[in-house]
Design a protein. Structure first.
Length: 425
């Protein structure tokens, strides 16, 4: 029952008390009365809410409060992933079932706001979860809200603000040529499949998923090319990449005797390769491009018993933490190798499968060796521009226009010191 209703101009709604100190607002949508609590005892707050709702009615953007729960928005999001055939649908469903649903599953979408999101983040942080992992989980919710907002009619009024954690800088790990030689030797001991994976990733900068998904029919030995069909890559674009001699010989050995639909990379018993993280860490440690560290003090362990000299404790192999080169670092190394060889950026992007320049630049990271090489080139260029004296010694300052050409060597050195003292920074 409405009490203390304030009479207003027809069509401008009303503000009233409804048995409590909280102000309520009333307005009409297509002749149907709508009531909503302002959640405040301040009349001005209720007045602002009423004005906002009347404006939404006039502009036909009003979305009435509904009893829609968040799981309905997640259902729509999963349907979008299936429709677009996204390979990350497994990660989406895992994050929802394992982490998000226990907290948000029974909530209505109108009850989820920034405070709710921050409580969830604090809960996950207390569980020892890192910020970037929480960001991936919140991204699921944010996409679900934006998808519901884009519906016709919209299922939600607005998308809450999702405070995110600061992300770590991108990895800058690379594999050097001398490290590649040692790693290739260790991969050969494990098997042809791992040796070939190493070479293709290091030379052509392919993604791990693209390599493990290769079929024999995609290897064209006649034209010496690898054909990735549309929809088989991360960005959905297909591409054809020529093979180098080393890549050709190794892939040829991998596909001989197989059927067209067989996997290119198989273990000795014929089973397709799906996961090789344990073998990878083992060979990286043997090649000295990685290390196994103690889970307590993160010091390197050694010996057959994996003994930590700091903690004086023996560890099982599965309890140790691997630190060092990861397989994805080969993709970054491949991009840099292509650029160092003088391959044009557009061609390198076609080979590696990068769709945007911004992402390509994150992989094409310069290191100290690149900077030193640039400095050496500048030195060579400068030497070629400085004329030489008859006795083979370079002029000191005369060629730069700082000193007169008839200056002696001692006089030139003294004047240069004086000039350097007064030149502006």
């Amino acid at each position: 029952m409405e009490e203390h209703a304030e009479k207003r101009e027809r069509g401008s709604g009303s503000i009233y008390h409804n048995g409590s100190a909280v102000w309520w607002v009333k307005f009409y949508v297509r002749g149907i009365p709508k009531r909503e609590s302002s959640g405040s005892t301040d009349y001005k707050v209720a007045e602002r809410l009423l004005k906002r709702r009347l404006a939404e009615v006039i502009t036909k953007t009003y979305v009435m409060r509904a009893n829609i729960k968040i799981d309905e928005l997640i259902t729509d999001l999963v349907a979008e992933y299936k429709r677009e055939r996204r390979k990350s649908i497994g990660h989406l469903e895992m994050r929802w079932k394992k982490h998000l649903e226990p907290f948000f599953g029974r909530m209505k979408v109108d009850d989820i706001n920034t405070d709710t999101v921050q409580r969830y983040s604090a809960k996950r942080e207390a569980e020892g979860v890192q910020g970037p992992t929480i960001n991936r989980e919140l991204a699921v919710l944010k996409r679900a809200f934006n998808l519901a907002l884009a519906c016709s009619p919209p299922k939600v009024r607005s998308c809450p603000v999702f405070p995110m954690y600061a992300e770590n800088d991108p990895r800058t790990g690379f594999l050097k040529d001398e490290e590649y030689t040692r790693l290739a030797r260790e991969c050969s001991k494990e098997g042809l499949w791992l040796r070939t994976l190493l070479t293709v990733a290091y030379n052509l900068a392919f993604r791990k998923g693209e390599l493990l998904g290769l079929r024999v029919r995609q290897i064209d030995l006649a034209s010496r090319t690898i054909r990735l069909a549309v929809g088989t890559t991360k960005n959905g674009d297909g591409r054809t990449v020529p093979m180098s001699n080393e890549v050709y010989e190794l892939l040829k050995a991998c596909v001989i005797g197989k059927q067209q639909d067989d996997s290119v990379f198989t273990r000795p018993d014929g089973t397709p390769v799906r996961d090789f993280r344990k073998q990878w860490s083992t060979i990286c440690v043997a090649a000295k491009v990685g290390a196994l560290v103690c889970p307590k003090c993160e010091q390197s362990v050694g010996g057959e018993k994996n003994r930590c000299a700091n903690c004086r404790q023996d560890w099982a192999r599965e309890e140790l933490k691997y630190v060092g080169l990861i397989f994805h670092d080969l993709r970054r190394s491949g991009v840099r190798n292509l650029r160092r060889l003088g391959v044009q950026e557009t061609v390198a992007m076609r080979i590696s499968g990068h769709k945007t320049r911004s992402v390509f630049d994150r992989y094409n990271i310069t290191d100290e060796a690149d900077l030193r090489a640039a400095a050496a080139l500048l030195d060579e260029k400068q030497k070629s521009r400085v004329p030489e004296l008859g006795d083979g010694e370079n002029q000191i300052g005369q060629g730069l226009g700082i000193l007169p050409e008839n200056s002696t060597k001692n006089e030139a050195a003294a004047r240069l010191r004086l000039t350097a003292a007064v030149l502006p920074n």
